[in-house]
Design a protein around this ligand. Structure first.
Ligand code: ARG
Length: 467
C-alpha cells in the first residue's frame, strides 16, 4: 500500500522530499535577496523561451500569450514595489514562476518545460551584465572626452615630468592627461571584448545535457540579441568566465583610476600645488579649519581594494569546480554586482571631476624650472657639437653639481659659468635650456611637444566619435 505523500515541501522540487527543508538551511541557500536584482532579465528570458516553445509546438499560442501577459503583469508589480518576494521560494526564478502560476494557473507550470534554472541563471546574468556594460561604456566615454578636452586646452602648460617621483624632464600637462587617456582607451576596449565574448546564449542547455524537447536555440539567442547560442551544454551552465573577465576589466580600470587619484592627491597638496579641485569635490575637517581634503580621489583609490577582492573571489570560486553546475555558482552574484556598482560610481565621480580640474600654471612651471629638468637637453646639445653622449653626460653631471652648490638652475648660469665645463658650449645653448625649448624639441609621434599634444588630442577625440 502506498504511504500517503507528505505535504509538499517546495512547489518547485518538493516531490521527493519527506520533510520540509530546515528553516535556517532555507535562508542559507536562498539567493532571492540579491538575485531579484535581475528580475527584468529573468522575465525577458522567460518570454523568449515561451515564444520559442510555441514556435516549436510545445505550447499553444493561447498558452504562450497567457504566460507573456502574466509575466508582464509581474514585471509591473515588481517595478511598483507591490511584489512580495519570498525567501522560502529560494531565488528570483522560482519567485517569478510561482507568482505566474498563482496568476494564470496550470499554464504557468508549463513555462519551465525544456529549461532548468541552470541555463536560466546563466542566461540572466549574461543579459544583466550586458545591460550594465552598455551603461558603463558611455560613462567611460564621457570621462575620456572630458579628459581629452582638458588635455587639448593644456597642451602648452609646462610641468615637471617625473621618474621615481624625482623631477626628470619637462612635459606638458596635456601630455600627462593624454597618458591617462591611453589607459582608459585600453580599458574601454577590454570592456568591449568582455561584452563580445559573453554574448552567446546558454539557453537550451537545460540542467547540463540539453533537453528532449524540439527546442530552437537560435530562436531564443536571436530574440535575446545574443550573437549565437553557446556550443556545449555542460560548458553553458558552468561557465562564469564572463563575470571573471568583467572583474578583471574592473580591477585594471580601478588600478588606473587609483594611479590617477594618487597624482591628484599629490598635486592638490601644499607641497605640489599643481592643481585646484573645486570645493564640491572635496570635504573639510571637523577639527582643522584650514583643511580641504581630496576625498573623491582618495575614496576611488581606496575602492580599488574591494574590486580586486571581487576578482580574486570569482577566480577562487571557479578554480576547483567540476563540471557542470554547482551551487557554488550562486556566489558569483554579489561580487559581480558590487564590482559593477563600484566601477559605475567611480567612473561617474571621475567623469564629473576631471573637467573641473583647474591647473596652477605658474606653480607647475616653477616646479619644472627647479630640479635641473633640462639637463638631458644640455647633454643632447653637446652631442650635437660632436661630443659622445657618455662624455656629455659627465660634463652635464658636473655642471649640475656646480648648480647645486651655487643654488642655480642650468638656465640661470652665465655662458662663462657653463663654459667652465665645456668649451663647446656657446650662446645658442640657452635655446635648449629653456623649458619651452625643451618640450618643443620632443616633436615626434608620442612626444610631449605642444604641437604633438594638440594633434594627439584630435586623434583621441576622433576615436571616441567613432564608437
Ligand atoms: N539561485 C541559483 C543560482 O544563483 C539558481 C540556479 C539553481 N540551480 C540549482 N540546480 N540549484 O545559481
Amino acid at each position: 500500500m502506498n504511504k500517503p505523500s507528505a505535504p509538499k515541501t517546495n512547489q518547485a522540487w518538493g516531490g521527493r522530499f519527506n520533510e520540509p527543508v530546515d528553516e535556517f538551511v532555507a535562508r542559507f541557500t536562498a539567493s532571492v535577496n540579491f538575485d531579484q536584482r535581475f528580475y527584468r532579465q529573468d522575465i525577458q528570458g522567460s518570454i523568449a523561451h515561451a515564444k520559442m516553445l510555441c514556435d516549436a509546438k510545445v505550447l499553444t499560442a493561447d498558452e504562450r500569450d497567457q504566460i507573456i501577459n502574466g509575466l508582464q503583469e509581474i514585471e509591473t508589480q515588481i517595478e511598483s514595489g507591490e511584489f512580495a518576494w519570498s525567501v522560502p521560494l529560494e531565488d528570483v526564478h522560482m519567485n517569478i514562476e510561482a507568482a505566474l502560476t498563482d496568476k494564470i494557473g496550470i499554464v504557468g507550470k508549463k513555462l519551465h518545460t525544456g529549461r532548468s534554472r541552470n541555463d536560466q541563471v546563466a542566461t540572466d546574468i549574461k543579459l544583466w551584465l550586458r545591460d550594465q556594460i552598455d551603461l558603463i561604456a558611455p560613462i567611460l566615454t564621457r570621462l575620456q572626452r572630458g579628459m581629452i578636452e582638458l588635455a587639448a586646452s593644456e597642451a602648452n602648460t609646462i610641468m615637471p615630468g617625473f621618474t621615481h617621483l624625482q623631477t626628470a624632464q619637462p612635459v606638458t600637462f596635456g601630455h600627462h592627461l593624454l597618458a591617462w587617456n591611453e589607459m582608459l582607451e585600453r580599458d574601454y576596449s577590454r570592456l568591449q571584448d568582455c561584452r563580445q565574448r559573453l554574448n552567446q546564449s546558454p539557453l537550451g542547455a537545460a540542467a547540463l545535457a540539453g533537453t528532449t524537447y524540439p527546442i530552437n536555440r537560435e530562436y531564443t539567442a536571436e530574440a535575446l540579441s545574443f550573437d549565437k547560442p553557446t556550443e556545449n551544454s555542460l560548458d553553458s551552465v558552468s561557465d562564469r568566465d564572463f563575470a571573471i573577465e568583467f572583474c578583471a576589466f574592473s580591477s585594471i580600470l580601478m588600478t588606473h583610476l587609483s594611479r590617477m587619484s594618487e597624482e591628484l592627491v599629490l598635486w592638490t597638496s601644499a607641497q605640489f600645488q599643481f592643481i585646484n579641485l573645486p570645493d564640491r569635490f572635496c570635504t573639510g575637517s571637523s577639527i582643522m579649519p584650514q583643511k580641504k581634503n581630496p576625498d573623491v580621489p582618495e575614496l576611488v583609490r581606496g575602492k580599488t581594494g574591494r574590486v580586486n577582492g571581487h576578482l580574486i573571489a570569482l577566480l577562487t570560486l571557479m578554480k576547483s569546480q567540476p563540471l557542470a553546475y554547482n551551487k557554488d555558482n550562486q556566489e558569483d552574484k554579489e561580487p559581480l554586482f558590487d564590482a559593477v556598482d563600484t566601477v559605475s560610481d567611480c567612473l561617474r565621480a571621475f567623469a564629473d571631476m576631471i573637467p573641473a580640474i583647474e591647473s596652477r600654471k605658474d606653480e607647475m612651471y616653477e616646479a619644472a624650472r627647479r630640479g635641473f629638468s633640462t639637463a638631458t637637453d644640455l647633454a643632447d646639445y653637446l652631442v650635437g657639437k660632436g661630443i659622445a653622449f657618455r662624455d656629455s653626460h659627465e660634463i652635464v653631471g658636473k655642471s649640475v653639481a656646480y648648480g647645486i652648490a651655487e643654488n642655480k638652475d642650468l638656465s640661470e648660469m652665465s655662458l662663462e659659468e657653463l663654459q667652465q665645463f665645456s668649451s663647446e658650449i656657446s650662446a645658442d645653448v640657452f635655446d635648449v635650456l629653456t623649458l619651452e625649448g625643451s618640450v618643443a624639441a620632443r616633436d615626434h609621434l608620442g612626444g610631449t611637444a605642444p604641437a604633438q599634444v594638440s594633434a594627439a588630442a584630435v586623434r583621441a577625440l576622433a576615436k571616441l566619435d567613432a564608437r
